[in-house]
Design a protein around this ligand. Structure first.
Ligand code: DX5
Ligand code: ZN
Length: 213
């Protein structure tokens, strides 16, 4: 399993320590960008994205939970972000938006809220590098995994196998060492984990446990 710790749960007063931790043990650094409009919360902005990118020795992905995400693509590329996911629900012209990310030389992901059916992705998976299934309602870390999301992973896997087997499935929200097996068995390739990593007594061990599935 590819593991992407969400820096939303990191200790911002000791950010360098947590960046070192993920560099040493994880596969991808996951940045949650929230605007207080698309989601009912604001996370962090460009200065922190820049700081984390400077310290990163593993790939950085940005999960944009914002309206008009295209405004930030070139900036994030210049800061060193390697992958960007945008929300299906936030983009009226998703094909154009996904292509814009790819044209800038980044990997493009499409994120969906728990209520959005994976059946709507049959066409966009053809040009997407990954689909991010939100398994909590976006906006906050530390929420519980929504059980019906497991069947979405299974259904999405079938759609991907038919239309673009290279497209990866990422699951984000409420992932723990207790449900990782269920999520892996359903067909996930990548998991995002915030509190399960940074609130663990031994974060390095938590990452290894999630990877080991
Ligand atoms: C929620 C974010 C998630 C979240 C993950 O809006 O997209 O990445 O922070 O945190 P945990 O693992 O604590 O659910
Ligand atoms: Zn996220």
């Amino acid at each position: 399993m590819i593991v992407a710790p969400s820096m939303l749960a990191a200790d911002f007063a000791n950010l360098a320590k947590d960046i070192d931790l993920v560099n040493s043990y994880a596969d991808i650094i996951h940045l949650d960008i929230m605007d207080g409009v698309f989601v009912p919360n604001i996370s962090y902005g460009t200065p922190l994205v820049e700081t984390i990118c400077k310290g990163a020795t593993i790939p950085v992905e940005a999960h944009l939970m914002i309206v008009e995400p295209q405004k930030f693509f070139a900036l994030y590329k210049s800061l060193g972000v390697g992958s960007i996911s945008v929300h299906y629900e936030a983009c009226n012209h998703l094909d154009r938006t996904v292509n814009k990310i790819k044209e800038l030389g980044m990997k493009a992901g499409v994120a969906i809220n728990p209520h959005t059916s994976v059946n709507l992705l049959e066409d966009i998976v053809r040009i997407s590098d990954y689909i991010l299934i939100m398994s909590v309602n976006p906006g906050y870390g530390g929420q519980r995994y929504i059980p019906y999301c497991t069947h979405k992973i299974v259904e999405l896997k079938k759609i991907i196998e038919k239309n673009n087997p290279a497209c990866l499935i990422e699951v984000d929200g409420g992932v723990t060492t207790g449900n990782i097996e269920e999520i892996a068995n359903a067909g996930a390739d990548v998991v995002v984990a915030g509190s399960a990593v940074f609130n663990a007594v031994d974060p390095a061990k938590a990452i290894k446990l999630l990877q080991g599935i």
